[in-house]
Design a protein around this ligand. Sequence first.
Ligand code: DQA
Length: 144
Amino acid sequence: MKILFLNGPNLNLLGQREPEVYGRATLADVEAKVRARARELKASVEFRQSNLEGELVGWIQQAKGQFDVIALNAAAYTHTSVALRDAIVAVGIPTIEIHLSNVHAREEFRHKSLIAPVCRGQIVGFGANSYVLAVDAAVNVNER
Ligand code: DQA
């Protein structure tokens, strides 16, 4: 099981960015937690971040044939990006939507996700543990 974790804009600032919303863990801390859980479940993980929508689209396209599951925190692009949604559909790789914060308990513009309808499911609101839960969800993605 090969899982591609993709992180969108401003997630490189985790730890310093609105810690009351996103917690004090840095993206490197989150990655370490993901790797620890992946080791337990014998999954392999690639972990990337970009502030650029097109780079994220490119990584989704290149994932075809390389990864079994994509775990995506598209950050602000969640709420705006038809391009990311189309890329997920184009590659047909099961994709799990992740958010650290509970987007549904926040501003109304965060309630709408353009990618949710083309993802297998969403994991939101558990801070860094949203990512750890995504490893479990990825490993079991074909069980319903
Ligand atoms: C986020 C939620 C988004 O609304 C926001 O734009 C982010 C982070 C989260 O992980 O909670 O940058 O994706």
